[in-house]
Structures are given as C-alpha cells and as structure tokens.
Design a protein around this ligand. Structure first.
Ligand code: C5P
Length: 296
C-alpha cells in the first residue's frame, strides 16, 4: 500500500467538571468535548523492515522521538497486532501543543486510524478505543469526533448528536505551553466525589443543546488563570468583547470565545492578539461527519 493520510481536528472542552480525585490519582470528570476546524495532517507509509519513524513540520513544533504520542500509538498498535510491522510517518502541526486543544491526543488517534488500515488490522471499535484510552484520557474522543460527553477520566465517550448550528469561535493561546498534570496537581479536588451538576449530565443520551452557556464552566480554569497570567490576560481581553461565553479549554493554555458571527469572532481574536496572544484561530465547531478521522 502507498501513502495514506488523514486530517485530525482539534477539540475544545465546552464544559469540564471535576467530580473528585480517584484512588488511581486521576480525576473523575464530566466533560463535553467538541471538534473544531483547526487541523493537523498526518501521513504514513509502510516500510519493508520493522522500523517506526516520524518527521514533524514545522521543525521543532513537536518532538520527533518516542515522547511523541504518534510513535506511542504506533508501538501500542503493533503490540496488539503482534507483528514486526513498520511505518514511516509524517506530521504537519498546526494545533499548538500544551494548549488544551488535544493536538497530541488527536495525532495519536490519527496514527491508530492510519496504521490500522496500512497494516490491514481488523480491530473492533471497542478494541481500538481500549488502545486509545491506554495512550491518554482524551485519545478515544478523537476516534469519534463531533460532540461527546466524556466520563471517567474523560476516556469513556458517549457520542451526542451534533449541535443544531455550528458555533462561531475565536481561539487564542499565549507563548506558554501548560502541562496537564501540573494543573491537576494544583487543583484541590475532593476525595469524596460530588454529584454531577446541571444540564450536562441530564438527558445526555437524547443529546443536549448547550444553550445554557452560563451553567457551563471549566473547573480547571481558576487554577490556570491564577497560575498563568498570560492566559488571564487573553481571557480578560475576550471577556471585553461580545462573546456569548469565554472559557479556558481543558488544562489550557488556549482560551476560546463563542460568538454570534464570524465577524465578532475576528474582532475578538484581534483583541486577544493585542493582549499578548502568540497564536489564534477563527473558525467553528464541526459536526461529526466532518470531524471523523478518515484514512485516504
Ligand atoms: O490521561 P493523560 O495521560 O492525558 O493525563 C495526563 C495527566 O493529567 C495525568 O498524568 C494526570 O496527572 C492528569 N489527569 C487527571 N485526571 C484526568 C485526566 C488527566 O488527573 N481525568
């Protein structure tokens, strides 16, 4: 088989509720994940030997060594397949790392999808989701995309119907990348779990229409905003616009605003830039059909 490639869309957390700390050190979550139109590109081609390699563009935007989850995903899949399989892979990074946009997790899911086809593996969706969950809490979401409710440590995904209308978004991030484990370490989460609150949990199987922006939140946001003033500055700039909602995504460092129109989102991105944002994206949420990772 020749070269296969795919696009991997980033995600935002429309809502992230931490219910408490678990015995295994992870945190029990209720989170709403949503695919967006900011994408990395990944390709893979087979090799005669069993080597696995990765090149990343632009150079330095992500590691090319074993700490890159793309190679972690390839190793994990090869172990499951039980063969001496190899692949040459390439990644074009547009999703910033350490920004809470799921770039690394999405790339790992992309590698699982591409290599499953390249290596002719016939794994069930459940098995692939298991391998994905072993790579990181966010990885299983990317195998489905669209809008999903994440429970457990965020790895158990209940796919939800698409939002009725895509949301216009401005997303901006500072120079600084934030480590997820550092944010969770700084969080004072209860050892006795809270019950999930409000609209996100209710009626999830019928889908939710998250029009109630005010009742949604990110429990990690206070930790991120207190600890990283660059994020606070971008959030404050977005709050001074016409945004319907402004929120940190995941454990940061990116902040997104939801807007009535693309024009308003563009204006907010300019505000964020003036407040020190190093990168930004103006776009929208994606329905599942456009968010699914496809090997082609
Ligand atoms: O699952 P993943 O490897 O992406 O998680 C990175 C780190 O974030 C974990 O090592 C843990 O410290 C923290 N985390 C957590 N609770 C979660 C997800 C992640 O404490 N639900």
């Amino acid at each position: 088989m020749g070269r296969l490639s795919c696009s991997v869309p980033a995600k935002i957390n429309l809502h992230l509720e931490v219910l408490g700390k678990r015995a295994d050190g992870y945190h029990e979550l209720r989170t709403l994940l949503q695919s967006i139109d900011l994408r990395d590109e990944l390709w893979a081609e087979s090799t005669d030997g069993p080597e696995l390699s990765l090149i990343v563009e632009p150079e330095g935007s992500a590691p090319e060594g074993p700490s890159n989850l793309v190679l972690g995903a390839a190793e994990a899949l090869r172990t499951v397949a039980g063969g001496r399989l190899g692949a040459r892979m390439g990644l074009v990074k547009r999703i910033p790392a350490g920004a809470g946009l799921g770039g690394g997790s999405g790339d790992a899911a992309g590698a699982l999808v591409l290599l499953s086809v390249l290596w002719g593996l016939n794994l069930s969706e459940e098995r692939l989701a298991e391998v994905a969950a072993g790579l990181g809490s966010d990885v299983p979401f990317f195998l489905r995309g669209g809008l999903g409710l994440g429970v457990g440590r965020g790895e158990r995904i209940l796919p939800l119907p698409d939002l009725e209308e895509p949301l216009h978004l401005a997303i901006a991030w500072p120079e600084v990348a934030i480590s997820t484990s550092e944010v969770y370490n700084r969080l004072e989460a209860p050892l006795t779990w809270k019950s999930p609150e409000g609209t996100v949990e209710m009626g999830a199987s019928d889908g939710i229409v998250p029009a109630e922006w005010t009742s949604m939140r990110n429990d990690l946001e206070p930790v991120v905003v207190d600890g990283w003033p660059q994020v606070a500055a971008i959030r404050d700039a977005m709050l001074a616009t016409e945004a319907l909602a402004v929120r940190v995504t995941g454990s940061g460092s990116a902040v997104f605003g939801v807007f009535c129109s693309r024009l308003e989102a563009e204006m907010a991105a300019r505000h964020a830039r003036a407040a020190g944002a190093k990168g930004w994206h103006v776009g929208r949420t994606l329905p599942r059909e456009q968010a699914r990772i496809r090997a082609q």
